[in-house]
Design a protein around this ligand. Structure first.
Ligand code: ADP
Ligand SMILES: N[C@@H](CCOP(=O)(O)O)C(=O)O
Length: 321
């Protein structure tokens, strides 16, 4: 569906000479992406993924690619970007920024069991710890400031009831953001979009997290909340599945114990994570980008999740292990 910029084997053969990967042997477009042009490539040294970035710029990309390199160097299972002979992780191909990363084995697990959630929780904790000494800083670009910018753009399309729900939640998150509890939350680089389609599994073995292009610095517990809101729910209703929630949180806690402040922030962060994706889906739905080729994701899914997280108790962050 989505290879926006085509690359032939001839194009690749001359471009790849700047990388220590040997000769290019094959290239195949990946149909499933919606943002960039992605290709599986085979060279004399192995299999990789080539991405041509259709929207992100040369200036924006180093944060994401250097973060992936930093994490890969510390044993976190993520695609490892390959540097060219000048040490650059991003170089131009057909005039657009492009990069090569290692190929993860396996496929996304869209029907996870507790065993998969536990693997995701443990790797997420490892990722947060490994990011502690990452020297670059970029805020989470889809956080409070973005919610404030975007809310007025979608309000004209919403019913009175939905306008109230959205404004009240942004107000609630504003208030929570200025509490000492929020400020005391441990933070650092987060993935911020660790949905089931952004993780690879080979059977029950997690082989890697990918698609880091919403990453930024934020509270670690927000990242956990984003992940739980996708991995540990009944997808029809949005209700939390306690067995999967426990598996993910317990596995995370064993690697990086949660703090008391994170326990207090847990429910507000589950709400924040629901708001974040409700709002981006509303924005994509009512203000689709020119290049958007696929049906936008359903905003009502995260509206439901937000209502549930507001109105129902949630499983505690820690339990007796
Ligand atoms: N490093 C990787 N290893 C293996 N497969 C990958 C890798 N990166 C991307 N893919 C495959 O390419 C598809 C599209 O990638 P994605 O990052 O979701 O694209 P986009 O950013 O264009 O939405 C993924 O669903 C996955 O199947
Ligand atoms: N996970 C987000 C959309 C982001 O798209 P991705 O395919 O790049 O992860 C959502 O579901 O709204």
């Amino acid at each position: 569906m989505a290879v926006f910029t085509s690359v032939t084997l001839d194009d690749l053969s001359s471009w790849i000479k700047q990388f220590p990967l040997g000769k290019a042997l094959a290239i195949k477009g990946i149909a499933s992406g919606i943002e960039n042009s992605n290709f599986f490539i085979t060279t004399e040294t192995g299999e990789y993924v080539l991405t041509i970035f259709e929207n992100l710029t040369f200036e924006q990309l180093p944060f994401y690619l250097k973060l992936m390199r930093h994490l890969a160097d510390r044993g976190v299972l993520v695609p490892a970007p390959v540097a060219n002979i000048d040490g650059e992780l991003v170089t131009a191909l057909h005039g657009k920024p492009a990069s090569i990363v290692s190929k993860l084995e396996g496929a996304s697990q869209m029907h996870p069991e507790p065993v998969h959630c536990a693997a995701v929780g443990a790797m997420l904790a490892l990722m947060h710890l490994a990011g502690k000494d990452f020297p670059l800083y970029q805020e989470n670009l889809r956080s409070l400031n973005w919610w404030h910018e975007t809310t007025p753009k979608v309000l004209p399309f919403l019913s009175d009831e939905l306008r109230h729900l959205l404004c009240a939640e942004v107000h609630y998150q504003d208030a929570f953001d200025s509490t000492p509890i929020y400020r005391a939350l441990p933070r650092g680089p987060v993935h911020a979009d660790l949905f089931r389609n952004n993780v690879m599994f080979d059977g029950e073995k997690l082989t890697g997290f990918f698609d880091f292009y919403f990453a930024g610095c934020d509270a670690w517990i927000f990242d956990v909340a984003v992940t739980v809101n996708d991995w540990c729910i009944d997808t029809a209703t949005g209700e939390l599945d306690v067995a999967r929630v426990r598996a993910l949180l317990n596995a995370y806690h064993l690697v990086r114990p949660f703090t008391p402040e994170e326990s207090v922030a847990w429910k507000p962060m589950l709400r924040a994570a629901a708001l974040r994706f409700w709002l981006s889906r509303l924005y994509d739905y009512y203000q689709p980008r020119d290049a958007e080729m696929l049906t936008p994701h359903d905003p009502a899914h995260f509206e439901r999740i937000l209502r549930l997280r507001e109105s129902l108790p949630v499983p505690p962050l820690t339990s007796d292990l």
